[in-house]
Design a protein around this ligand. Structure first.
Ligand code: ZN
Length: 264
């Protein structure tokens, strides 16, 4: 096995047909449906081998990917999309707004900030609008626009099933304050309004009932801790209080950044 094929978070089944195949740097999730595998985000460009080997370790065939959803148009979430699409023929989904980043209309892929080469432009197949639902066999992916981190961040709500019990797993598609900091916004000439728009999105998501939180990045929902708990024999990582806790912590982080800026 190639060295870069090993993730520092072992791939694992989170719940029933929901799997984690990313790394500590960024999440990649797979939902196994009766019509194929649905992937959420594709990691950094150098994660291709790792994603393939993580999927194979779980008995998931990468060629069975039928759909790839993107939380937003930053390079750490679409880095392997074209190669995975070439391998599987998957249809690719992103918000219309953030497609303008991946197709190169706007140079906001965050590659420059991460010291990575500018990604090759491409267009996704499906431009997702707020509230769109996409059904794959018994599984529906509901997409909610929650802008702020980028203009076109999508949050996802998915029904997943284990032993006949169906729950809702959800991901906020972008909570990083880095792209909402005054310094960053000013350097690009972006409006600072995105911070309050982001807050409105958090409030909108508070209305949702969620049983299991998927992190857009693993540190946002302690993915590794959840994996370890399952490994130690805990039967389930379902926690219906986590979603509101996570949203409250995110809003507190926003307030902290805004207060810090006021003091500077
Ligand atoms: Zn991002």
């Amino acid at each position: 096995m190639k060295e870069n094929a090993v993730s520092d978070i072992r791939p694992f089944r989170m719940y029933g047909n929901l799997y984690f195949v990313g790394s500590s740097k960024v999440s990649v999730h797979v939902i196994e449906t009766s019509v194929g595998l649905v992937m959420i985000d594709t990691g950094y460009p150098d994660m291709y081998e790792q994603i393939l080997s993580s999927m194979e370790e779980l008995g998931l065939n990468p060629k069975d990917i039928c759909a790839i959803f993107h939380s937003h148009g930053h390079i750490d979430h679409f880095g392997c999309t074209q190669r995975l699409k070439a391998l599987s023929g998957a249809k690719t989904y992103i918000s219309r707004i953030d497609n303008a980043i991946v197709n190169g209309t706007y140079d906001w892929s965050w590659a420059k900030e991460l010291g990575l080469p500018r990604p090759e432009p491409f267009d996704c197949d499906v431009f997702v609008e707020d509230g769109n639902c996409f059904t794959f066999g018994d599984t529906t992916v509901r997409c909610v626009l929650t802008p702020g981190h980028t203009e076109g961040v999508l949050s996802f709500f998915v029904n997943v099933e284990e032993n006949g019990t169906s729950i809702i797993a959800a991901m906020h598609g972008g909570i990083g304050m880095n792209s909402m900091a005054a310094e960053f916004l000013d350097s690009y000439g972006f409006s600072r309004d995105c911070r309050e728009i982001f807050r409105t999105g958090l409030w909108k998501l508070q209305q949702e009932s969620v049983d299991l939180v998927m992190g857009n990045h693993p540190f946002q929902n302690d993915t590794e801790g959840k994996r370890k708990r399952l490994e130690m024999g805990e039967t389930s990582i379902v926690d219906s209080a986590e979603w509101l806790r996570f949203l409250a912590e995110t809003e507190a982080a926003l307030d902290q950044m805004l207060q810090q800026e006021q003091m500077n």
